[in-house]
Structures are given as structure tokens and as C-alpha cells.
Design a protein around this ligand. Sequence first.
Ligand code: AMP
Length: 187
Amino acid sequence: MNIILFGPPGAGKGTQAKYLVKKLNAFQISTGEILREEIKKNTEIGKKISYNINDGKFVSDEIVNNLIKDIVFDIKKKDRLIFDGYPRSLTQAKNLNQLLDETKQKIDFIFFLNVNKETILNRIRKRKVLENRSDDDSDTIIKRYDTYMETTKPVLDYYSKNQNFKEIDGSLEIDEITRKIDTFINV
Ligand code: AMP
């Protein structure tokens, strides 16, 4: 099963991705984590993207598309991909479609965890204390939320026509969201 978790920063995509990885013996593709790792290792990509990430802006489609290509093509991970934070633009969504076609895969579910701005801000403030992420300060959170809203609207329109697109209230408790996801995948 391949699944996309879609939703604003702080919607709980990472938490649900980790649950799905365990349940389905799958692999989490968190572009945010991959990018943070590049910064930590101070790679050429890391140097290019740190400004954007710390400023709450998106990293270029080209960089992100390149980073996920090998993972989608990895035969060991075939049909066990949990996308967390990708795709985030229409170009990325189309790129993913092409990579899946080329590798004879498809997306089984797109779960849209929908949460309002206020809930997000509260959650991310708490996460800042726990994880101390540099892009989790209040100004950056607001920018990240606004960037998400502007850029991902076309992605939402693109996927929401699909039968496997499922909107879930992301302001629910973690366990309740998990239960809802389970009702779709446990068939
Ligand atoms: P996340 O951990 O998913 O909240 O991502 C943290 C940051 O990484 C985002 O605010 C963006 O700057 C960058 N990022 C992560 N995924 C993507 C993506 N698919 N496209 C562009 N930028 C991304």
C-alpha cells in the first residue's frame, strides 16, 4: 500500500506516518526530515536550503523531486511508501505520478488531515518545546502555514477529485485520527 499524508505543518502527518510504517511494515518519506538531515550534514544541498527552511519557505521542486526519486525507485520499498510532507506543489504531485507510473505503482489513499490555523499554532508551540526545531518559532510557523495554504491549494484540488482522497478532521486526538485512518485501510 502507498499512502500520501497531506495537511498543514503540525497536522499530525509525522505521527500518523510513524503509526502506518509500523502497521504496514512500510517506509516513511518525510521530505522535511530528509532536508533537515542535509542541513545537519552540511552537504551542498544543505547549504542551499537552510535559508528557505529557517524562513518558513518551500525548498525548490527540483531539489525535493531529486531527493525522493531514488526512494520511489527502490525495489525494496515498492508499494510500501508513506509520503509525509510530499507532494506539496502541483509540480511535485505530477512528478510523483510520473515516478509511480514508471515503477508500476499507485497511491492507495490520500489522507488530508485538515486543521485550522489556531490549532496548528498551539500544537507547534508545544512541539517547539519538545523538539526544539529552529523553524518552529512563532513567526516562522505563521509563514509556514501561509506558504502551505498558498502553495498546496492546487495540490488539494488535484487530489480531491480522486476516489481514494479522504478528508479527516486533524484537530481530533491522535488516537481518533488513527482510528479513522484504520477504518479505510483495514478492508
Ligand atoms: P516539514 O517537516 O514537513 O514540516 O518540513 C519542514 C520544511 O522543509 C518546510 O517548511 C519546507 O521548507 C521544507 N519542505 C519539506 N517538504 C517539502 C516539500 N515537499 N517541498 C518543498 N519544501 C519542503
